[in-house]
Design a protein around this ligand. Sequence first.
Ligand SMILES: [Zn+2]
Length: 271
Amino acid sequence: MQLLRDSNFLPIAIAVVLFSFVFADQSVASAKASGIWYHVRQGDTVWDIARKYKVSHNSILKANRIQSEKRIHIGKKLFIPGAFPEQQYGTWYKVKHGDTLSRISVNHGVPISNLVWQNRLKSADHLQENQKIFIPNLHSSGFAPPMRIKLVLTSNYGYRRHPVLKRRMFHHGIDFRARKRTRVYASKSGKIVRSGWRSGYGNYVLIKHAEGFETLYGHLYIIRVKNRQYVKKGQVIALSGNTGRSTGPHLHFEIRKNGKSINPIHYLNLR
Ligand SMILES: [Zn+2]
């Protein structure tokens, strides 16, 4: 109480609290958006490029400060936030006469559900000849879905208008619909390097995996692991919730590579 009466103390205390709050939040939210440069080719549209690299159309427009499609011309260099060189994601396959999704699935060793998801197909049996199907490369990933419910994506990776802060921000993960108290599983084996509470993420867990990968799980209700603990892929680490900056119960899921966020959709094995 003596200290509080000192008129100099309060502003300093507030500044210290604010500083540590901001600083602490930065330490976990420090993932930077990665990306690549792309040379526009004949016939390219921003929509094509966005589809190719699985990023949002808007994130390309925003990153390159372009207002409309009309500003794209052959040879122009565009920055594609969140993208990696094409071959890291997989390959494109041109549908032949008589092809079925199940045959493509078997031939390439990729589950049908994943092909449907990745290509935003309405159903598995409406393939057209010459249609291009993206075949994801799942060999290097091995990230399991963080929940064992039917996964419904409610927010994509990339630029978006933040639902709480109401300004344009880069969304470093993807959001899955999840009722409060849904079990959350480690997507891959690893070590808990951070867990606890941060203003944006609410209760969160950060797991460090091999080869510079990390996964982050946010807005949790209850955390069931401790820092420095090792967890196995598929082990329950938390129950989902609605903590932190969140407008409703969901799971925020990130994958990072060497400290930079990457689009989890390219790495999740949605078997
Ligand atoms: Zn999110």
